[in-house]
Ligand binder design. Structure first.
Ligand SMILES: Cc1cc2nc3c(=O)[nH]c(=O)nc-3n(C[C@H](O)[C@H](O)[C@H](O)COP(=O)(O)OP(=O)(O)OC[C@H]3O[C@@H](n4cnc5c(N)ncnc54)[C@H](O)[C@@H]3O)c2cc1C
Length: 456
C-alpha cells in the first residue's frame, strides 16, 4: 500500500493500515512527518465544534469580517478559476438545509474520531502535551452571547454536552481570564473536547507506525499517478516510481493537482491560517485549555509550557507568505484575554494551508479507480477528524465493513463523472496497455455539492 502524504492524515492512515497487517510505504516531500499544515495548528480536538464554514450567516457576516481591523477573514482575489469556482460552491452550501446536512456529516466523523483517538492513545501511550479539559468559546458582547441559542439547539439535538457560562463561570474554568474579566460577558464550554500538539502527535504516531513496519520515504516528491488497465499502477516521484496494490492520497491541499492529472476533479482549495507559539511567562495568567475568541475567530491553547494562538481564514491561493499584520491580530487577541501570560517576543510565527472543501466535509473514500482512495479536504478540523477518517479508509482498503456510514463522505457527493478521455490522455503506461482497459463502472448518483435535507 502506498500512502501519499505524511501529515496527520497520512500518518494516521498508515498506522491503521499497518495495524490491519498491510505493508505500507509513505511518501512525503518533507524531511519528516507533519511538517506542513499539521505542524502548528491551533491544537484543538473539538468534535463539539465540528461545523462547516459554509453556514447561513456567512454571506451576511463576511463583508463585516473583511473590513475589521483585526480581520478573521481575508480575501485576495486572483485570476484563478479554481478560487472562484470553490467560492461559488461554498456560497451554495450556505443554506440552512445544506448546513444541517454538512454539519451532520462532520459531527459523525468527528465523534467517531474522538472514540478512535481515545482508543489509540490508550493502546500506544503516545504523549503530545495532551489535555482533556474541554474548550471554552468566549463572547465579548451580549449579542454574541444571545446569538449562541442556535448553536445550543444543534448541540442539544446532537447529544453533545455543553455548559453556557456567565462571566464568573468562565473565570472558574479558565482562572487566567481574571486579568481580563471586563473583556468577556460569558462563554460556551464543550467539556468533552481535548487539546494537544498535533505535530508532536503526528511524529509520535509515525514512530509507532515505523515500529509496525511502515516504510517512510521522506524528501520524495510525488509527481503523477500512472494508470494501467484501469488501476493505479505506480506513483512517479523524483526518486523513481513506487508500486503498490492500493494508493491513498493524503496530500492536503496538494491532492487536487495530483488528481487533476487523472481527470478527477477534487474540490479542495487552500484556505490559509496563521499561528504563533510563545513560551509561558506567567502560569497564573495562562489558559488551562483552548479558549476560542469568538470576535476574532482565534483559538488560544495551552500546550505544556507554551501557548499556541491560531486562526484567520485567508483566501489567497497557495501562498506561504507570513504577513506581519496577521501576527499582530494573534498577539492582540492573546494579550487582551491573557495579558502578560506569554513572552510574545520569543514567539515563533507560522502559516499553513487548510485543505478545504466547499461543504466543509472532508473527502474520505473510494474513487472510480478501484485501488485509489482519498483522505483529504479536512479543512479547519483535520486533527479532530484524523483518527476516524484514517480508520475508515483503512477499513475500506482492507475490505472490512466500516463502523460508520460513509457513502456521503467521498468524492461521489460531488457530481463528477470520471473523465475516461482524461484518463486515456495519461501518457504514463509503460505497459502500453490502454489505461481505459478495465475502468470501473462507477456511477455518481449524488447531486452536485448540493446536499439535501436527508440525514443519516
Ligand atoms: C491556523 C490553523 C489552525 C488549525 N487549527 C486546528 C485545530 O485546532 N484542530 C484541528 O483539528 N485542525 C486544525 N487545523 C486544520 C488541520 O491542521 C488540518 O486540517 C490538517 O493538518 C490537515 O492535515 P493533512 O495531513 O491533510 O495535511 P498536511 O499536514 O498538509 O499534510 C500533507 C502532506 O502532503 C505532503 N505533500 C504535499 N504534496 C506532496 C507531493 N507532491 N509529494 C509528496 N508529498 C507531498 C506534504 O509535505 C505534507 O506533509 C488548523 C489549520 C490551520 C492552518
Amino acid at each position: 500500500m502506498i500512502v501519499l502524504g505524511a501529515g496527520v492524515i497520512g500518518v494516521t492512515t498508515a498506522y491503521y493500515l499497518a495495524k490491519a497487517g498491510r505493508a505500507v510505504t509513505v511518501v512525503d516531500r518533507q524531511p519528516g512527518p507533519g511538517m506542513e499544515t499539521s505542524f502548528a495548528n491551533a491544537g484543538e480536538i473539538s468534535p463539539g465544534y465540528a461545523s462547516p464554514w459554509a453556514s447561513p450567516d456567512v454571506p451576511k457576516k463576511a463583508p463585516r469580517w473583511l473590513l475589521m481591523e483585526h480581520a478573521p477573514l481575508i480575501f485576495h482575489p486572483k485570476a484563478d478559476p479554481a478560487m472562484w469556482v470553490w467560492l461559488l460552491r461554498m456560497l451554495r452550501n450556505c443554506t440552512p438545509a445544506r448546513y444541517a446536512q454538512n454539519k451532520e456529516r462532520m459531527v459523525r466523523l468527528a465523534e467517531y474520531s474522538r472514540e478512535k483517538l481515545i482508543d489509540l492513545r490508550g493502546k500506544t501511550g503516545i504523549a503530545y502535551d495532551h489535555r482533556s479539559l474541554g474548550t471554552l468559546q468566549v463572547f465579548r458582547t451580549q449579542s454574541q452571547l444571545d446569538g449562541v441559542a442556535k448553536d445550543i439547539e444543534v448541540l442539544a439535538a446532537g447529544g453533545v454536552p455543553y455548559q453556557l457560562l456567565d462571566q464568573m463561570g468562565c473565570l472558574e474554568v479558565e482562572p487566567g481570564l481574571a486579568y481580563a474579566r471586563d473583556e468577556i460577558v460569558g462563554g460556551l464550554r464543550l467539556p468533552n473536547d481535548e487539546t494537544g500538539d498535533c505535530y508532536a502527535f503526528t511524529t509520535a504516531l509515525a514512530a509507532c507506525a515505523a515500529e509496525l513496519g511502515v516504510d517512510f520515504q521522506y524528501g520524495v516528491r510525488a509527481a503523477h499517478l500512472e494508470i494501467d488497465r484501469g488501476r493505479v499502477a505506480r506513483v512517479h516521484t523524483d526518486a523513481g516510481p513506487f508500486e503498490g496494490a492500493a494508493f491513498v492520497v493524503a496530500m492536503g491541499s496538494y491532492s487536487t493537482g495530483l488528481l487533476r492529472g487523472l481527470g478527477l476533479q477534487l474540490p479542495v482549495y487552500p484556505v490559509k491560517g496563521y499561528s504563533i507559539t510563545a513560551p509561558i511567562a506567567d502560569y497564573a495568567r495562562a489558559p488551562e485549555s483552548t479558549l476560542l475568541d469568538e470576535t476574532f475567530k482565534i483559538a488560544i491553547t495551552r500546550l505544556g509550557d507554551r501557548i499556541r494562538v491560531g486562526g484567520m481564514a485567508e483566501i489567497s491561493g497557495f501562498s506561504a507568505e507570513l504577513d506581519p499584520r496577521r501576527r499582530r491580530t494573534l498577539e492582540y487577541s492573546l494579550e487582551s484575554l491573557f495579558p502578560g501570560a506569554a513572552d510574545t517576543k520569543a514567539s515563533t510565527y507560522w502559516t499553513g494551508l487548510r485543505p478545504m472543501t466547499p461543504d466543509g466535509t472532508p473527502v474520505v473514500g473510494p474513487t472510480p479507480l478501484p485501488n485509489l482512495y482519498l483522505n483529504t479536504g479536512h479543512g479547519t478540523l483535520g486533527w479532530t477528524m484524523a483518527c476516524g477518517s484514517a480508520h475508515l479508509i483503512a477499513d475500506l482498503v482492507c475490505g472490512h465493513e466500516p463502523d460508520i456510514r460513509f457513502d456521503d463522505l467521498g468524492l461521489s457527493r460531488y457530481q463528477q463523472p470520471f473523465s475516461r478521455r482524461a484518463a486515456s490522455r495519461t501518457p504514463r503506461s509503460p505497459s502500453g496497455a490502454g489505461p481505459e482497459a478495465d475502468l470501473p463502472n462507477v456511477s455518481y448518483d449524488s447531486a452536485a455539492d448540493a446536499p439535501e435535507t436527508t440525514r443519516a
